[in-house]
Design a protein around this ligand. Structure first.
Ligand code: ADP
Length: 512
């Protein structure tokens, strides 16, 4: 435990020399329920580690069923008034959250890097991205329109009015510990819902920091509640949220296996469930592609957050005419651009993986591939920097029977497979049920339209990126300057086939 009961001191200690304007505090050993900072009823805590050096950053309440029930009850009570707060007022709360997040952006970024290991520049990007949800939903909060539909009856009018569904159970992952929460919470609050957040056990401090922002923004007690817990208490909390009849909807981002489990639990109360699950993104480079742009794209989409985002490239498919050239260019770029180290250090682009089991999975995937005939061009083992670091790795001769082809690797491993025809590339890319995102590079306009339509990940593919690499952007300052700074291609088209966070409203039909 820390000598002082305010985490502020611990962060001051961590941040000393990096950030002296620090002015943010989260009470140590407490979580945020019903507008109050509270300990777990049994006073139990669990440690949060810095994955870069294994140091304990803080001890956080290890909540269970009791605290979950308490948080749901608080959210239920708050719902009674929050749902009737005017759209204009809700918009103002969200706008305040946006402004407060931007004001504390440096501190919040340091929290992400401390508990999640992300390079600081990427953490800063996440804070901007996370804030953009408060901004967006502060605007959307005022546009919750209904419909008037022609009635089949002469003496009745049909009005469709949007109402909040109720309390939202929000379960989030560690790889975007701020933005995955703000995306869900901002949408829920805008719709008039209240919420109970269960953050990932590796990164609860970012969630508590958001609660602190809500407190500062004077969001009414019970509207936002956080239930922190260790991994061992997590399943019972998840089950409770799904089975509690007072929770109206579950919004989850995380692994497919946990998503399926939550869906199953939610059946008992017939809940609305929004799931954003694992990906297995193909990155296809056709003969006609501009190779240097494709390499630049692969670098970003593969190595961002050390390969730990659900839209990260998982398998790189390269057409035979440019296969050798692409691999040589990618190897060069990896050697020049990637710098492994603690995320807090300037210039670091590849931080640690989140924990040892993540490293073990990456190791298993690389060993499986090499064992089945893949060639190691670069890297391939745990990095000398420490047990949670993995060397940026380049593999060639990837084959369909290798684990990397079927499972999400979630690490800094670029695995390249050769294909000969567009038909073959489509078969390889679409041979996965987890089609969250897909990328391709081509300069052939007919091919661009064909592939954008056919790339589908067994109909689940949500987002297709053509000649570009980044889905989630938030621009501060001059948009034109921003556009000049990224390699925008004339044929860069972004398709969003799926809208997240759609379950916070229900329709009422009123007849008169
Ligand atoms: P990962 O393997 O990347 O950590 P998970 O799906 O396990 O992905 O974790 C995402 C979120 O789901 C985290 O908040 C985690 O605590 C939570 N979680 C993990 N297992 C369960 C479970 N059985 N029930 C509810 N939530 C869970």
């Amino acid at each position: 435990m820390l000598s002082n009961n305010i985490l502020k001191c611990r962060f001051k200690y961590i941040l000393v020399g990096y950030y002296r304007k620090y002015s943010f505090s989260i009470p140590e050993g407490k979580t945020y329920i019903n507008g109050k900072w509270v300990a777990a009823k049994n006073e139990k805590t669990f440690p949060v580690f810095n994955p870069a050096n294994g140091n304990t950053i803080a001890n956080i309440p290890d909540c269970g069923i009791v605290e979950t029930n308490e948080a749901v009850e608080a959210a239920c009570i708050a719902l009674k008034t929050w749902k009737d707060v005017t759209a204009k007022e809700r918009a103002a709360f969200l706008r305040r959250m946006f402004e407060l997040q931007m004001k504390s952006s440096e501190t919040l970024a340091h929290i992400i890097t401390s508990e999640g290991g992300k390079p600081l520049a990427e953490s800063a990007g996440e804070i901007n991205y996370g804030a953009s949800f408060f901004e967006w939903f502060s605007e959307e909060a005022r546009r919750i329109y209904g419909d008037i539909v022609p009635s089949p009856f002469k003496n009745k009018q049909m009005l469709f009015v949007r109402e909040p569904v109720g309390v939202a159970g929000i379960i989030t992952p560690w790889n975007f510990p701020n933005a995955m929460i703000t995306r869900k919470v901002a949408a829920a609050l805008a719709a008039g819902c209240t919420c109970v957040i269960k953050p990932a056990e590796d990164t609860p401090l970012s969630a508590l920091a958001i609660a602190q922002l809500a407190d500062e923004a004077k969001v009414p007690p019970g509207v936002i509640n956080v239930v922190t817990s260790s991994r061992s208490n997590t399943p019972s909390i998840g089950k409770r949220l799904c089975e509690n009849p007072n929770v109206a909807t579950i919004s989850f981002t995380g692994s497919t296996s946990v998503g399926k489990l939550l869906l199953k639990h939610s059946a008992s109360t017939v809940k609305k469930v929004s799931l954003e699950l694992g990906g297995n993104a193909p990155f296809i480079v056709f003969n006609s592609a501009n190779i240097s742009k494709a390499v630049a794209g692969a670098m970003v989409s593969k190595f961002r957050n050390s390969g730990q985002t659900c839209v990260c490239t998982n398998k790189i498919l390269v057409q035979e005419g440019i296969y050798e050239e692409f691999i040589a260019e990618l190897a060069k770029a990896m050697q020049i651009q990637l710098k492994v180290g603690e995320g807090i250090q300037p210039g670091v682009t590849v931080g640690p993986l989140i924990n040892e089991s993540a490293v073990k999975k990456v190791e298993r995937h690389v060993q499986d591939a090499v064992g089945k005939g893949a060639e190691l061009v670069l890297g391939g083992k745990v990095h000398s920097q420490g047990k949670n670091f993995f060397e940026p790795t380049l593999l060639r001769n990837l084959k369909k029977n290798m684990l990397i082809c079927g499972e999400e690797t979630f690490g800094p491993v670029a695995a390249v497979m050769k294909f000969s025809s567009e038909v073959e590339a489509m078969e390889l890319a679409n041979a996965s049920r987890s089609g969250l995102a897909g990328y391709f590079y081509s300069e052939d306009i007919s091919q661009i339209w064909r592939v954008s339509k056919n790339l589908e990940g067994e109909k689940d593919l949500a987002m297709v990126l053509m000649n570009t690499h980044t889905l989630s952007i938030f621009v501060l300052g001059d948009w034109n300057e921003f556009l000049k700074s990224i390699p925008v291609h004339w044929a860069s088209i972004l398709y969003w086939r799926m809208a997240f966070e759609i379950n916070f409203h229900k329709f009422y039909v009123e007849c008169s």
